[in-house]
Design a protein around this ligand. Structure first.
Ligand SMILES: Nc1ncnc2c1ncn2[C@@H]1O[C@H](COP(=O)(O)OP(=O)(O)OP(=O)(O)O)[C@@H](O)[C@H]1O
Length: 332
């Protein structure tokens, strides 16, 4: 299916504004695995821009998966394949590799070191008897307390898992699941509608688990695809970033996955994202903190920085290493 391999192949994001004649604003496909950042205040055109990129990249035969936090991409990419997370469970425990599973679960749930250790003990003791989140929650409830820290840790870990093991959320996690990347076709990005998961914390956990499984599956295979992460502050926020995702942004050689990270507020996102995204598309930014972060990370001169709050919807500064300085474009 992959055809976007030719050197110099690219997709068009829009057109330059301040040049005569106007020129194509291009996104080279060989930069995809060096990641894209799209930022801008509410309503400035981030999702529209991301949807154009998703569709055009997918037309090149590169599979695209959209983690659709608000459920808006069904309208933006009418050709996309919409997936309901409840009908597409993600693997929570894969007893074939318990060590890396514990790391993933720990990252996803934000476990403390004692919680992670206890989880490891239980999984290595019970092994294949734990095929679901419910069975893990039950095993935790019944686990013997051989020290006082075990009891406290067990109870706090159980609290974290309880909602995942409850109805209807337990259906989101299953040991016999397939990854949605198989559903992608040329011109048809896969849209995982996360908004169907009402509990925001569970939504974040499902999204992160899905990302973890996609990334892990791709080690060794090195298949090329693009993942759009909407409302990225939920996964890569400064307060509680998911460790493996932040690390992934810097590990371009080990994996061939490109991330397109989308957020309203670059000041809420971990620095790794700003440092490790090669292509930046900056729509209008209004808050002083975000203006400062954008200006600093792109080394903007004062004149360019001054226009940031006043750009129209659909206008953006495009920056990548092949350009000497950011270019003002209109996304089309
Ligand atoms: N390049 C464009 N050309 C034409 N219309 C656009 C363009 N970009 C955005 N729009 C329109 O502007 C509106 C807001 O766009 P969009 O939803 O993409 O903004 P957003 O920054 O993602 O907002 P939010 O943060 O609230 O999700 C939509 O109606 C969209 O169709």
């Amino acid at each position: 299916m992959e055809s976007g391999n030719q050197v110099g192949d690219y997709v068009v994001v829009g057109w330059t504004i301040n040049t005569v004649p106007r020129l194509e604003a291009r996104l080279p496909l060989n930069l995809l695995n060096r990641h894209i950042l799209i930022v801008g205040a509410t309503g400035t055109g981030k999702s529209y821009t991301a949807s154009r990129i998703a569709w055009r990249v997918s037309l090149k035969g590169i599979p695209v998966i959209i983690l659709d936090w608000h459920g808006e991409y069904g309208d933006l990419v009418a050709e996309g394949v919409r997936l309901n997370p409840f009908e597409n469970p993600v693997e929570f425990l894969s007893t074939s590799d318990p060590r890396s599973d514990v790391e993933v679960i720990s990252d996803v749930l934000g476990l403390t070191p004692p919680q992670e250790y206890l989880l490891w003990r239980i999984i290595s003791e019970k092994g294949s008897k734990l095929e679901s989140v419910e069975s893990l929650a039950r095993a935790l409830e019944a686990y013997y307390d051989d020290a006082s820290w075990v009891r406290e840790t067990r109870l706090s870990l159980h609290r974290k898992l309880k909602i995942l093991a409850s109805n209807p959320y337990a259906r989101l996690f299953n040991s016999n699941s397939r990854l949605p990347v198989d559903a992608a076709e040329p011109g048809k990005p896969v849209i995982v509608d996360l908004s169907l998961i009402r509990n925001v914390n569970v939504r974040r956990i499902y999204g992160t688990m899905l990302l973890a499984r996609l990334v892990n599956m791709n080690y060794g295979l090195r298949k090329r695809y693009l993942i759009l992460v909407e409302e990225a502050q939920n996964y890569l926020g400064r307060e509680n970033p998911v460790g493996f995702l932040a690390r992934m942004m810097g590990e371009i050689r080990k994996n061939n996955i490109g991330f397109c990270v989308i957020t309203q507020s670059p000041s809420l996102i971990v620095d790794q994202v700003l440092v490790n995204t090669n292509t930046k598309i900056i729509h209008s930014v209004k808050s002083n903190m975000d203006l400062e972060v954008v200006s600093r990370s792109l080394f903007l001169d004062q004149e360019t920085a001054r226009i940031l709050p006043y750009m129209d919807v659909g206008e953006a500064l495009l920056f990548n290493p092949s350009l000497k300085k950011p270019v003002l474009i209109r996304v089309e």
